[in-house]
Design a protein around this ligand. Structure first.
Ligand code: PLP
Length: 367
């Protein structure tokens, strides 16, 4: 068949071993998955109750404009309904942006390490990928990213807080960057973890899109809202920008059930606040572990933390799996000898850290 050159050699996303398979292989009864930054507390109990109590007509297509969910999101964020674009997860928005703007005649600029889907989509579209290492403050190096921009640059990705490092790019730095970037270059600000940010200096990013037509903010219900299964992400941008992207979106990309629950999830901000607080406490368990053992870690504003283990991360990943804990090996994320762990409940964190302490002690790397 006449495959695009760009997809030759691509490998399918490896979601990690299914929980059931891991249980069987290692004779375990319980598995704790702290690998994909899902909310360990699940979603708001109000959403769960709504799902138990309601029936849906499965024969009909969903509302392609997602009116009810659109109104709820626009009101929650404080923007107009025309300033929202929905995706089947923000993963689909990344794909919509890439299909709309990237081609073999263009390039795209991103940090390294950062979220893997930006690069994958760019590769599929045949665009050149320019990866710029984080700076010494472990933030996006916006000066070097600016230098990487030329007349063929179509999209710049800024992941804030960044996955897999967890740090925020300060607004002032983004603002200075936007003043210089040509306004025909789209700057995407991926804020998948925005609800978890606790940095007191963090500022609202909405003014950035209001001021700059070439800015798109991206958010999701998959992380703090605990609704990853429903696949809802959204972009915030000026109407002129979104009207270009809308035709590339699949017409019925959010299900009837997803559209029904999002307004309920948004209403329960008490739940989100509670999740943020519990997550903040959980992060401290990892920070304390790292400080106790003098292991380097990336200060996190998210529900995951990237930290040093002074040992082969693929090996430690495997050993943790045999003991019932699934995490992400830093090697797979471009940061060998580190692990990225999703913050779980206090009990899950303590359980994982006890196992990790044993493993690292047996390797003789702990102080
Ligand atoms: C998880 C994640 C996403 C994707 O979220 P979905 O809405 O579930 O597709 C996007 N960006 C970053 C940085 C993420 O970590």
């Amino acid at each position: 068949m006449k495959w695009k050159e760009t997809i030759k050699g691509l490998k399918a996303y490896e979601p990690g071993k299914p929980i059931e398979a891991v249980k069987k292989e290692f004779g375990l009864t319980e598995i704790t998955k702290l690998a994909s930054n899902e909310n360990p507390l699940g979603c708001s109990p109000k959403v769960a109750a709504f799902l138990r109590e309601n029936d849906f007509n499965f024969a009909l297509y969903p509302d392609g404009y997602a009116q009810t969910m659109r109104t709820a999101v626009a009101n929650h964020v404080g923007i107009s309904e025309k300033e929202v674009l929905f995706g089947n997860g923000s993963d689909e928005i990344i794909s919509i942006i890439s299909r709309s703007l990237l081609s073999p005649d263009t390039n795209t600029v991103m940090a390294s390490p950062t979220f893997s889907q930006y690069k994958l989509n760019a590769v599929i579209e045949g665009a050149e990928v320019r990866e710029i290492p984080l700076n010494e403050k472990r933030e996006h190096d916006l000066d070097a990213m600016f230098d990487a921009i030329d007349e063929k640059t179509a999209v710049v990705w800024v992941c804030s807080p960044n996955n897999p490092t967890g740090g925020v790019t300060p607004n002032a730095a983004i603002e200075r960057f936007l003043e210089k970037v040509p306004n025909d270059v789209l700057v995407v600000l991926d804020e998948a973890y925005i609800e978890y940010v606790t940095d007191p200096t963090y500022q609202d990013t909405l003014p950035l899109f209001k001021k700059h037509e070439n800015v798109l903010l991206m958010r999701t219900f998959s992380k703090a809202y605990g609704l990853a299964a429903f696949r809802v992400g959204y972009a915030i941008g000026q109407q002129s920008l979104l009207s270009k992207l809308e035709p590339v979106r699949a017409p019925f990309n959010n299900t009837v059930i997803s559209q029904a629950i999002i307004p309920i999830a948004l209403e329960d901000q008490t739940y989100i606040e509670k999740c943020r607080q519990i997550n903040d406490e959980g992060r401290k368990q990892y920070v304390a572990f790292c400080e106790k053992h003098q292991l380097d870690y990336y200060p996190s504003n998210t529900n995951f933390i990237l930290f040093e283990i002074k040992a082969d991360s693929n090996e430690v990943f495997q050993e943790l799996m045999t003991r019932g804990y699934i995490v992400r090996s830093g090697a797979a994320l471009g940061v060998p000898n580190y692990l990225r762990v999703t913050i779980g409940t206090a009990e899950q964190n303590a359980g994982l850290l006890a196992q990790l302490e044993e493993i690292l002690a047996s390797k003789g790397v702990l102080v």
